[in-house]
Design a protein around this ligand. Structure first.
Ligand code: NAD
Ligand code: DAU
Length: 372
């Protein structure tokens, strides 16, 4: 474990992107422990950022006393500099995160994923150069399995070459490379995590599971891309968030840690399980035009994180059941996400796809939901 106060009571964390899906889970988990940790969230509140995700903290006087929210952009040095200066560690969740949106409008992905990460690194470098008594903050860059590209066979290791294929994953890969370069060149205390497909409460309903879940609750069609046999590895959000904290505390400087979910499924399998959990029929599913450049499979090796002592806790069926229960119980939350600009986005993304969509036969032979 490091000597600097990334683990002990009284540590001060700067959590960027902390009003989003995984970042807010990280903040709720850590502040909910009531161990004295102080958290500042810096968030731009894009369409994906939501103060409501932090409401449980802001309405609890003890947690609220250790919490501060700053509305701002990680690409703004004047905002970032003073916040980094007072932090023991920076955990960067901030990013544009939806692959489909990166195909429609890539610019914001580069602004946050590349320029924003660079601004965070420069702020950490300024602290390291300061030569004060306090060590410069550790930076955890929260990255993704998508940087490895589509993995035909086996499982990607941290040492594998990067092969991103969407503007989203290319921006994330560029961020990772910048972070690595600041370790090699300036000796900054940085670590990178690469998580797999994450699901759970508070996920914006643009992503597969919450989109299909909320559409199905409204008996609306479920737009399955292509043949639906693409494979993803599903990770429950609290496991992802706590694995990031584990790496913050125990990870070696300059290292990368994969966070697999150990739950590889085809999209058809996921949709089948979700509909079963909801008690909704497969006839809602439409086969629609595929995502351009759609990665067929993601899969990562988790040995390095396991060696650090980490184990995921949530089984996929249990995680899916609690996700469905949460969305059933929190309808105003997801209806608000699906209002305003949502209609124009949905129309642009799915309008012509759904107009030409086909009914899909239920699970193909050999596509066994009980496998793995
Ligand atoms: P999200 O889209 O739910 O939240 C992203 C948050 O970042 C939002 O609150 C948004 O307002 C904020 N943000 C965006 N640009 C910003 C900027 N310039 N400055 C400050 N804040 C900004 O994302 P998520 O799903 O919680 O993902 C969090 C991180 O985890 C991302 O870096 C993503 O690449 C990574 N990741 C996500 C998954 C997944 O399946 N969701 C898997 C692996 C890795
Ligand atoms: O793997 C980690 C990544 O997982 C994260 O880095 C990204 O931020 C996160 O968005 C997610 O990316 P994916 O593209 O894998 O997730 P998404 O939920 O968009 O899609 C999951 C799969 O479902 C993918 O094969 C595309 C398919 N899909 C998705 C949508 C939204 C559909 O078939 N129909 C849809 O409408």
């Amino acid at each position: 474990m490091r000597d600097s106060p990334v683990a002990g009571p009284g540590r001060r964390l700067l959590v960027t992107g902390g009003a989003g899906f995984i970042g807010s889970c990280f903040v709720r988990e850590i502040l909910g422990r009531r161990d004295g940790t102080r958290v500042t969230v810096l968030d731009k509140l894009t369409y994906a950022g939501n103060r409501a995700n932090l409401a449980a903290i802001e309405t609890d006087p003890e947690q609220a006393s250790r919490f501060r929210f700053v509305h701002g952009d990680i690409a703004a040095p004047d905002v970032v500099g003073p916040l980094v200066a007072e932090a023991d560690a920076v955990v960067n969740f901030a990013a544009e995160t939806h692959v489909d949106r990166s195909i429609l409008e890539p610019e914001a992905f580069l602004a946050t994923g590349v320029v924003g990460v660079h601004v965070l690194l420069e702020a950490c470098r300024a602290e390291a150069a300061d030569g004060g008594l306090r060590p410069a903050p550790r930076l955890v860059q929260v990255s993704t399995d998508e940087v490895y590209g589509s993995v035909a066979n086996g499982h990607a290791r941290e040492t594998d070459p990067l092969a991103p294929r969407s503007p989203y994953s290319a921006a994330k890969a560029a961020g990772d490379l910048l972070v690595g370069s600041y370790f090699a060149t300036f000796g900054l205390d940085v670590v990178i995590t690469r998580g797999s497909n994450t699901y759970g409460p508070f996920q914006h309903p643009e992503k597969l599971i919450p989109l299909f879940l909320t559409n199905a609750l409204d008996d609306q069609p479920l737009p399955l891309y292509g043949d639906g046999l693409q494979r993803r590895d599903w990770l429950y959000v609290a496991d992802h968030a706590l694995a990031v904290e584990h790496v913050l505390i125990h990870g070696a400087a300059g290292e990368i840690y994969n966070i697999p979910g150990d739950t590889e499924r085809t999209n058809r399998e996921v949709v089948g399980l979700l509909l079963e959990e909801l008690g909704k029929p497969w006839s809602l599913v439409r086969q629609v035009e595929d995502r351009p450049g759609h990665d067929w499979r993601y899969a990562m090796d988790g040995a390095r994180l396991q060696a650090l002592g980490w184990r995921n806790r949530t089984d996929f069926r249990e995680g899916l059941a609690s996700t469905v229960a949460w969305f059933r119980d929190n309808e105003p939350w997801w209806r608000a996400c699906k209002s305003g600009d949502w209609t124009a986005y949905y129309d642009r993304q799915y309008g012509s796809r759904l107009a030409n969509g086909l009914l899909v036969a239920e699970l193909a032979a050999g596509d066994d939901v009980s496998s793995r």
